[in-house]
Design a protein around this ligand. Sequence first.
Ligand SMILES: Cc1cc2nc3c(=O)[nH]c(=O)nc-3n(C[C@H](O)[C@H](O)[C@H](O)COP(=O)(O)O)c2cc1C
Length: 349
Amino acid sequence: MSNIKTFPYPVPHAVPIFLAPMAGVSESPFRRLCRAHGADVVVTEFLSAEGIRRENEATLSKLRFSADERTIGVQIFGADPAAMADAAALVTDVFQPEFVDINFGCPVKKVVKRNGGSGCLRDLSLVRDVIKAVSAATHLPVTVKVRSGWNEEMRDPVKIGLVCQDAGARVLTLHARTRTQMYTGKANWDEIAAVAEALDIPVVGNGDIKSPEDVVRMYEHTRASGIMVGRGSFGQPWIFNQARALLDGLPVPETPGVEGRFAVALDHMRMVQEYEVDPDGAAYEFRKHLGWYVKGLFNSADLRKKLHQVTSFSQVEGIFADYLADHSERARVLTGDGERDEVAVDEAA
Ligand SMILES: Cc1cc2nc3c(=O)[nH]c(=O)nc-3n(C[C@H](O)[C@H](O)[C@H](O)COP(=O)(O)O)c2cc1C
């Protein structure tokens, strides 16, 4: 393996696999689940620096995490260096993650219009100022997650990477799309390779991993120091253990069958129940995960319809039991590589 660079926080493997920060998905229970299934590093969903600084209750409650999530980074966003510094200081003192990650990738309108997220990529001196201010406010390693640029004209991931590195970023994750692409087109893995080659700090590659095989493909294509999985983890957290085995040349654990999937979904649900203070609201929010877990199963449209109507967690086990009783002979897993393309990301950060 060429290009081994040392991460500034504990990682158990030479090429760690990351769970991507994803608003509304990478919450504490899902992070715990993915860690248990082989994700090496997790990152919180992006949290507003202003919200943290003002100690907004909803924002602070999203900062809660448990010891079994470590190694964990807290991701913050904002375009005011002073607010970002205050937020980083509070996160460091109160929550003590292994690192603080700055979001320079979020494409959502309400964030970029105030220059937050990928909005910063229009002004690299602002990127520099934010990284410097955050680094001065914490003893923790400061890392960044960027896109390849604001638009095609300003597309220059190597330049962006060098600016981040010079300003003090200790790890850079590249989602190799521009802001204007949002989630369309393909992530450009050649750009990940170029940035990994150009920087001295570890570069984590991100974009379009749908299967464990894709993790190996991205690694071989880019020689990135780490690989980050986003939507490919939806409803299949076992992707991490499978990818690890493939990377290490070991036998790949089987994809769980129907009962195995239901068991993982129920494990996940129990973690949500332990974590959430509003069980009914949490059950409503959990519907999307349930839909992902059953995607591709025999007669899944009908099953999904039932799961999308649950109003409390207590209903889920019964729906699974009925499905197994009805389909004990024919139930089978139909998922293929292309199945996960349709995940809706309209409001994704
Ligand atoms: C629902 C959703 C929410 C997201 N929220 C965040 C976020 O809070 N912070 C961030 O840096 N990226 C966020 N992203 C982007 C992902 O971290 C990742 O860069 C992107 O999905 C590409 O990786 P993938 O193709 O493996 O999904 C989000 C993506 C999705 C789909």
